[in-house]
Design a protein around this ligand. Sequence first.
Ligand SMILES: [Ca+2]
Length: 379
Amino acid sequence: MKFRTRSSAIIGTLCLVTSLALATASADEPAGAPAQQVSASLTEVARAQSPSAGAAGPDGTVWIAERAGSVRVLDDSGLGEPVLDISDETTTDGERGLLGVAFDKTFTHFYISYTDLEGTSTIDEFAVEGGQLRTDTRRTVLTQTQPYANHNGGDIKFGPDGYLYIALGDGGSGGDPHGNGQELGTLLGKLLRIDPSGGDPYAIPADNPFVDDANAKGEIWAYGLRNPWRFSFDAGTGDLLIGDVGQSDWEEIDRAPADSEGGENYGWASMEGTHPFRGGTEPANHVPPVYEYDRTGLGCSVTGGFVYRGDALPDLRGSYVFSDYCDGTLRTLQLENGEVTGVGDLGVSGGEVISFVEGGDGELYVLGSSGVVSRVDPA
Ligand SMILES: [Ca+2]
């Protein structure tokens, strides 16, 4: 790829050495040893204007959000003209903009996650009929004011349970000055779980972890998050994986199993990764990241991805694919029973990777800040 940075070139060399060593590992290597590297290529399928997010749509389409406020549909004939344009209602100031899109399971509703002109995180819903957005049905589902222009989170996804999950950052600035991550009385620094079809404007599922706690917001599913920019559910297992961007030292991937009852405390701002943050004390219920990496060379801002469940790269199935905004190498984690049993990379860089999108067929797309939308293909 053209956007390979100097640091990623160095890392690529290191990983090549690692893969050669792994390839010669003996057959009696203990169970859980790092798996052999899988190589991939990236095929450019479209160019968008600052693509920020995407979602599998009806009839095999992939819907792409552009940060300035438009949504365009990618199909076999390419990327179409915008089917939605809210560019006069949002701003790309700071880390703001149109930050997330999602369909419900039956493709009857489409959701957008954006910051409005005041910076308020906003989730809106549209009905979908015959694969078309009914823009006249737009309604606001949830809003959350934001004290600063950064750490908005903004990703939205439907879980295997049919509920809408919403990632919100800690409110921004740096070091979580308001203590939002550990404060259950605010939606900031949380992963939320709501039922947008169950009430007006939404219902809180009765089995959410804090519904009986008068001092906690019932919408909260998990907490202690700093800037959960991208999260996903494993289409094979239902496990939840969150890429939580670090403050200055540690980037992390958090996880919860499919049978989680929620309430996980991922530690921020007492912890950054597995490390006490600014003299913080590790909470007794801290769920440490399943994987963390420092910033001495491997990047600056994790971009959470997906567990690959497609057909094009059979050896990649079951591996979590993610990247980093500053080092666009597509990296992999092998996961078994909630533990990382191997780390690797696909030998390609996606440039400044903003987001991944999982197509309806399980294949993965990479969105780069340059505008390139590419598909992960075999090498
Ligand atoms: Ca954490």
